[in-house]
Design a protein around this ligand. Sequence first.
Ligand code: PLP
Length: 362
Amino acid sequence: MKKYNFNAGPSILPQEVIKQTAEAVIDFQGEGLSVLEISHRAKYFQPVMDEAEALVKELLNVPEGYRVLFLGGGASLQFCMVPFNMLEHKAAYLNTGVWSKKALKEAKGFGEAIEVAASTDSIPTDYEIPQDADYFHITTNNTIFGTEINDEKLAEIYKKKGNVPLVADMSSDILSRPIDVSQYDIIYGGAQKNLAPAGVTFVIIKESCLGKVSRYIPTMLNYQTHIDGGSMFNTPPVLPVYTAVLTLRWLKANGGVKWIEARNKAKADLLYKCLDESKLFMPTISKKEDRSRMNICFVFKPEYADLQDDFFKFATAKGMVGIKGHRLVGGFRASCYNAMDIEGVQALVDCIHEYEELKIKN
Ligand SMILES: Cc1ncc(COP(=O)(O)O)c(C=O)c1O
């Protein structure tokens, strides 16, 4: 049976990327060695790291003066590295869910960290960004509750921030749409959604934003270390970086972020339309402009709530994987990352329609 992978992360990757990774596990680029057993110092690996950085720069139109790093530790380590490297006096955070809250908590250990606004079911706009903040931190996609800062709201933030450096956690929407990188000092995220298997973290950093804090920064937590070492100060996660290159090549060959944005929009429109029109289900995010295209959360209408387990079994039998909602939200979550094609989302829509027919008739 064909499986449709709606996992929230680690999550779906393009089939051809998985096949090419599997081939490289057996024989890396015809070298007679597995990618699992090559040294990152060997002549074969430097071009991989160089290509990873170059492709991110090309696909996201990254301006001069930025570096793209591939590190360990996940986005969660960035929650600490950002304030370690950037927070001297005060930082401001927009709290749009669990991950923003974790980032904010970590910053509080380094100085004054204020929450300018908070909401898990919409994207707040009624707040000011303190102009004396060392940086303003946002989470562009709320993976757990299913909200996203859309392009219009991002544009408002760019205006509102003035000269305050902007930092963004883009773990769950990186490369899903074009982004104006020049507005940010740091963009970071775990790569295990739109880019690679778990184990690598991407950081897009403006070099000139560093060197402004007076504290000692431990070597491994200092961005400058990794800039100077070209992401190879210590052993990088070789396999995930290689797979990231394959995913980036796939994205480029298909038309880049403009192409994927149109496809992501079409997928999200298809599923939200089905949910908005449904007699049994409803999306958890009512404000259409704040709905995530990446993580589409839905629940049964209250009068049908007892069907939850039954639908889960029904959908699983139809090949739907990973649709259980996060325990904080309940219900269902279909993560429709870049590698999910429109046919996959259509299969979920068909499954919902079939279930409705069955239940409404009986
Ligand atoms: C938006 C966001 N930030 C941070 C994280 C944490 O990432 P990691 O597990 O790589 O530390 C996640 C994980 O799902 C996420 O979705």
